[in-house]
Design a protein around this ligand. Structure first.
Ligand SMILES: Cc1cc2nc3c(=O)[nH]c(=O)nc-3n(C[C@H](O)[C@H](O)[C@H](O)COP(=O)(O)O)c2cc1C
Length: 329
């Protein structure tokens, strides 16, 4: 069992923060299939500080997605602390939440130049002293547990996840997630399991492993090798929220029966309807295109169905394309 503050997670199975993907709809779907805790897309601390409405919308959530962590990014300890406090006390006028999150997560892994070039995200891996200051400021500002998501290091010559994780722990972090790739690697393999194992050995707070988990066998290997306390699924869950059920069944020694194509597409359509409920039909349909492509990836007829999906402009059209696709199975 993994414990973060008062939140107890039986297997420590997390849906990763995924900008443009882990929105309310996807978080809800993943919870239904066994994700025990979900994390928001990364949210700009500065955006919250300056009352940006679009930023606030990203922080919206409901009890159905909980246990839930809100992830913030930035590098100014004061601004990070202030925005975390507003999220933790629901003191944000543009975001009508009816509950507070179970914790605040800090992004120290984003490799995108727009973020790391500003000193935020993965750039923090280069500055362990600042990591300590940020974690301390945020931890002191909120009554909620603070967690940190890091990478193995900046590049192969600077693998310092243990040092950064220790700084975070000393300054109040209640759990650490380690993505076993460097910033320079972006999302390329291999995932460094040794560094995740080293962080786990060095820390007394829970350590969550992340990187390259696509099957229950990957999950088994990660857990056995690193001896970490939990797993965070990212690209493996995109178009495949069923991965949570598969891993859960494995961890509980139960047989796993994969969904049929019809069941997969039923879930995909429910997911899309939720997106449309939250974002309206135009944005929902535009964003649904990539999700549908992931749901059918690797299946017979996927390429031509994807082309049709990319031209669809309404929920009704998407339904027709999916029904025609299923009739060919
Ligand atoms: C589309 C996409 C968006 C992401 N957005 C975030 C984010 O907002 N915050 C974050 O900490 N990591 C983000 N990540 C990184 C993932 O959470 C995860 O660490 C990474 O994908 C490695 O796991 P995987 O190999 O299982 O995909 C993102 C990754 C992808 C592919």
């Amino acid at each position: 069992m993994l414990k973060i503050g008062d939140t107890e997670l039986k297997h420590g199975l997390f849906l990763a923060p995924l900008a443009g993907v882990s929105d309310r709809a996807f978080r809800k779907v993943c919870r239904q299939f066994g994700a025990e805790c979900t994390v928001s897309e990364m949210i700009s601390a500065k955006g919250l500080h300056y009352n940006d409405t679009k930023t606030a919308v990203l922080a919206a959530f409901s009890e159905e997605e909980a246990p839930f962590l809100i992830q913030i990014f930035g590098s100014d300890p004061e601004i990070m602390a202030e925005s975390a406090q507003r999220l933790a006390t629901n003191n944000y006028k543009a975001c009508r939440n009816t509950c507070i999150p179970n914790g605040i997560d800090i992004n120290m892994g984003c490799p995108v130049p727009k973020i790391s070039g500003n000193g935020d995200g993965s750039a923090l891996m280069k500055n362990p002293k600042l990591v300590g200051e940020i974690v301390k400021a945020v931890s002191e500002a909120v009554d909620l547990p603070v967690t940190v998501k890091i990478r193995s290091g900046w590049d192969d010559d600077n693998i310092n996840a243990v040092e950064v994780a220790l700084r975070a722990e000393e300054n109040g972090a209640k759990a650490i997630c380690v993505h076993g790739r460097t910033k320079a690697q972006m999302y390329r393999d291999p995932v460094n399991l040794d560094i995740i194992k080293d962080v786990k050995k060095a820390l007394s707070i829970p350590v969550i492993a992340n990187g390259g988990i696509y099957t229950a066998a990957d999950a088994k290997r990660m857990l056995e090798y690193t001896e970490c306390d939990g797993l965070m699924l990212a690209r493996g869950a995109m178009g495949n929220p069923f991965l949570f059920s598969e891993i859960k069944a494995f961890l509980e020694g139960r047989e796993y029966i994969p969904p049929t194509m019809r069941e997969r597409m039923d879930v995909a359509m429910k997911h899309i309807e939720l997106m449309i409920n939250y974002k309206g039909e135009y944005t929902g349909v535009m964003e649904a295109r990539k999700h549908l492509a992931w749901y059918i990836q690797g299946q017979k007829g996927a390429a031509s169905a994807r082309e049709k999906v990319n031209r669809a402009a309404s929920l009704e059209e998407l339904r027709e394309i999916v029904n025609a696709y299923l009739s060919e199975f």
